[in-house]
Ligand binder design. Structure first.
Ligand code: SAH
Ligand code: SF4
Length: 359
């Protein structure tokens, strides 16, 4: 591989062709160079601080049936739960005490009033208990504009809604064919979130059956142009109790899905140097050092799971999700070590708003 050529492909505006070249890199030394370039880009633009988001998976009740997801409504093997308000508040206090600057409340998608008002009341209770010292991110799927605006007004500053696959044709293949799973509605929801003032995040799954390299290139271009300030992308991980499982024979091996995810993170960092990029749990699922590798490739956020242990194992999105039975122990020195080992610093007690948003 010609070194000069490689450098040129990583600089200047990243066109479709350049992205393709980078995504298809196969030589380990070339991939290492891309990853190093992305890490440098992060360090010289937003710095090497990694922000912590305590992830609380507060309910696995879901009205939808995404074909890839273990907690889809039709999976009757899942024991459904909603974490009690007291336990959610305890988890939020845990985050505050352990100097995480923010939490993420994630759940299945429901749009009934009981659910949406419950979130509203939780937002108020958490802010009250933590003295408004935590940023709160919601990840509760598609909702009406009215609901999004109410949650924003009650102090949810951020929202994560992955587009999952930016190609409508691919989207159709991984979702049931009905109004409840419409690509256009998801896209509109993303736009509504941005217009409502949220620091909005999106993302895709990488290594899905039927997904092509061109799809992934277009995913990166979609993310770049969508106006989001945060991104969470992770490898697709199969789950035996889902319809998509029958296509597992089409998947790349796990280590290739990890490699592809790391390339996606690195290229996105070069395209959008100041956005927040999470190193995801799914990455850690396919490689025990996955999150560290993500940070080395330019990510700057990790989301330790602080769901109360009683419920954790039922939030089973995909196979092999780590630490399902452990108490949260990703605090203090343990987390400091994870982060400093990859040459980063911990943003203790910092909100870590995206610099792209502040700008
Ligand atoms: N219900 C909400 C949030 C919870 S699901 C929503 O769907 O937006 C959170 C994320 O988990 C989804 O956005 C999806 O990208 C991811 N996910 C679900 N099943 C997965 C799988 N099998 N492999 C990898 N990621 C998966
Ligand atoms: Fe429900 Fe989200 Fe899973 Fe889809 S991905 S089935 S909306 S929890």
């Amino acid at each position: 591989m010609n070194i000069a050529m490689n450098e040129r492909m990583m600089t200047g505006a990243l066109t479709f062709e350049k992205i393709k070249y980078l995504l298809l890199l196969d030589d380990k030394a070339d991939i290492a160079k891309l990853i190093e370039k992305a890490r440098q880009k992060r360090d010289t633009t937003i710095g090497n601080k990694v922000y912590l988001r305590g992830l609380i998976e507060f309910s696995n009740r879901c009205a939808k049936n995404c074909l890839y997801c273990g907690i889809r409504a039709s999976n009757s093997n899942v024991e459904r739960y909603t974490v009690s308000d007291d336990d959610v508040i305890e988890a939020a206090m845990f985050a505050l005490k352990n100097k995480y600057g923010s939490i993420v409340l994630q759940s299945g998608e429901r749009s009934d009033r009981e659910f949406t008002s419950h979130i509203s009341s939780l937002l108020q209770k958490i802010h009250e208990a933590t003295g408004h010292n935590l940023r709160i991110t919601l990840s509760c799927g598609e909702q009406s504009e009215e609901v999004y605006r109410e949650w924003f007004r009650l102090g949810a500053q951020r929202y994560l809604l992955r587009i999952e696959a930016s190609n409508p044709e691919l989207y159709k293949k991984i979702h049931p064919d009905n109004e409840n799973h419409s690509y256009n509605r998801r896209l509109r929801s993303l736009k509504t979130l941005i217009d409502s003032g949220f620091q909005t995040g999106t993302g895709v799954m990488i290594g899905l059956p039927f997904q092509t390299i061109d799809d992934l290139i277009n995913d990166l271009i979609f993310i770049r142009d969508s106006g989001v300030v945060m991104v969470g992308m992770g490898p697709y991980v199969e789950h035996a109790e889902t319809p998509l499982y029958e296509h597992r024979g089409k998947l790349l091996p796990a280590e290739k899905r990890v490699e592809l995810t790391l390339k996606m993170i690195a290229i996105l960092r070069l395209m959008r140097p100041t956005i927040n990029i999470a190193s995801t749990t799914a990455l850690q699922t396919l490689d025990e050092n996955g999150r560290e590798l993500g940070l080395r490739a330019g990510a700057n956020v990790i989301m330790p799971n602080i769901t109360p242990v009683l419920y954790k194992k039922e939030y089973d999105l995909y196979e092999g999700k780590p630490a399902l039975h452990d108490e949260p122990d990703e605090v203090g020195e343990a987390i400091e070590k994870l982060i400093t080992n990859v040459g980063c610093q911990v943003g203790w007690s910092e909100w870590g708003d995206s610099k792209f948003y502040s700008n």
